[in-house]
Design a protein around this ligand. Structure first.
Ligand code: SF4
Length: 255
């Protein structure tokens, strides 16, 4: 059923996106985490990393695989001290930490936590959807690498639960003009990325140091209609890659 879904299901739009999600911060002091993956070979470029997952997210992407910690994060949570102790105990195997979610920058305490990671000598990567540029800006002093999701063209973001995309636009500019190493990354989800908007996505990331486009993997998704959605063929991804190649210095294709 390649490309049969052109938008989230009616049920998803009704139950998850309406009414609009409040654009508020979470203020847990200190931070808490929904989970930890002690070792990952794929989440930090060229490094062995541990991955921390923050609970909650401002978006509701129908194809989200982490929807359990997005929709209804449940205890037990790992507190900040336990996370640091666990990471430090693994220091001889792992020298990098990825903070992902959910949406990490939803948490106002994030910059302070990242500072503590840096003080302990870890390389730090932050994954973000870019909707909280104020928090991200504070974080940049303590991160070595940012991966920003550019999920679709602007006019489709409402289908992911977004109100204004002004924050995302600020984040794009901040990273393009800043000093911290980064990648923009686009998961090629049918219905959100296609012939009709791949060039618009290119315009959004224009001038990017690195753009990674990556294959969508179906499975246990927030909107169950996406569970069995057939991804695009690799040849289609290759065609999209050619379209966006001119918008970036460095294109990475992950299929
Ligand atoms: S931004 Fe990421 S964590 Fe949040 S709903 Fe979308 S895919 Fe899930």
């Amino acid at each position: 059923m390649e490309n049969e879904l052109n938008s989230p299901s009616e049920e998803h739009l009704t139950n998850q996106l309406l009414p609009r999600l409040p654009n508020r911060y979470l203020r847990d002091r200190p931070m808490k985490f929904a989970g930890i993956q002690k070792t990952s070979l794929v989440d930090y470029p060229d490094r062995v990393a541990s991955v921390l997952f923050t609970p909650g997210c401002n978006l509701r992407c129908p194809y989200c695989h982490n929807w359990r910690i997005v929709m209804d994060p449940k205890p037990p949570f790992m507190n900040e001290e336990t996370a640091l102790t666990t990471l430090c105990a693994r220091r001889k195997y792992v020298d990098a930490v990825v903070v992902t979610g959910g949406e990490p920058t939803l948490h106002q305490e994030l910059p302070k936590f990242l500072k503590r990671l840096k003080e302990r000598g870890f390389a730090v990567k932050l994954d973000t959807n870019g909707f909280y540029p104020e928090v991200l800006e504070e974080c940049l002093a303590y991160v070595d690498y940012v991966a920003l999701d550019v999920k679709t063209s602007l006019e489709k973001y409402w289908q992911l639960g977004a109100g204004s995309t002004a924050g995302l636009m600020r984040t794009l500019t901040m990273l393009k003009t800043g000093k911290v190493d980064y990648e923009f990354r686009t998961t090629i989800v049918p219905g959100f990325v296609g012939n009709e908007n791949i060039a618009q996505i290119g315009e959004l990331v224009k001038g990017a140091k690195t753009l990674a486009i990556q294959q969508f993997v179906s499975g246990d998704t927030l909107d169950r209609n996406y569970n069995a959605l057939k991804p695009y063929a690799n040849e289609t991804i290759a065609r999209f890659a050619e379209t966006v190649r001119t918008y970036t210095d460095n294109l990475i294709v992950r299929t």
